[in-house]
Design a protein around this ligand. Structure first.
Ligand SMILES: [Zn+2]
Length: 207
């Protein structure tokens, strides 16, 4: 979602698929002054009209995994869910919204960089201590994303029309060919397509 339809002077955000014109009680002008826009670069989103009571049981939401930053989402819960996909590559599992909700491509790359795990490792090949590292990296990386106000690598703007700053702190995502920032690593960031998504990872410390 974005609160602003323009990047700059007269430049239309081509990823906006719907605009809600909101009533503004502070004026007598009525609808139209304030807008809520649905901006979706990858077309993964959808808009559906539902009764609030039935929303979480609808086919759109009932299969969503838990929110990763919820306190109830513990290491044991994480391991149980991840292990339901033993033959799948870890990056693909992290992106699977039925396993965990809300991890996108940027965050999956940053989580695996932080945890030191190669994105192509299959879940069944990942040890218990490594799963713990991924779990911790997931919590800290997502919290960091929130603390920096989100990621505006693409068109994300907050409700005031301002960008987030997480894109200034990427260690892996879109840094292909650059030196790894992990202290003493000496590796280089590589890029590879995994299950139709671009993966960025360190050539040395992600094993
Ligand atoms: Zn490295």
């Amino acid at each position: 979602m974005t609160g602003c339809l323009f990047y700059g002077k007269g430049k239309w955000d081509k990823f906006v698929h719907a605009i809600f014109y909101l009533l503004d009680p502070s004026t007598t002008l009525g609808a139209g002054k304030k807008q809520l826009a649905f901006s979706d670069v990858r077309k993964f989103g959808k808009i559906t009209l539902l009764n609030t009571k039935e929303a979480y049981e609808s086919k759109h939401l009932k299969n969503l995994g838990p929110e990763p930053l919820e306190k109830q989402f513990t290491i044991n819960n994480f391991k149980l869910r991840i292990k339901t996909k033993p033959n799948t590559k870890i990056k693909t599992v992290l992106l699977d919204q039925t396993i965990i909700a809300g991890i996108g491509n940027i965050y999956s790359d940053e989580i695996l960089w932080q945890a030191g795990i190669h994105p192509k490792r299959k879940v069944s090949q990942i040890t218990e201590p490594e799963l713990k590292k991924i779990f911790r990296a997931m919590k800290t990386t997502l919290q960091k994303g929130i603390d920096f106000g989100g990621d505006s690598n693409s068109d994300y703007l907050n409700i005031y029309g301002l960008p987030g700053k997480f894109q200034l702190h990427h260690n892996a995502y879109q840094r292909a060919g650059e030196k790894c920032r992990k202290y003493g690593c000496g590796g280089v960031i590589m890029r590879e397509v995994i299950n139709s998504r671009s993966a960025h990872f360190c050539s040395r410390h992600q094993i």
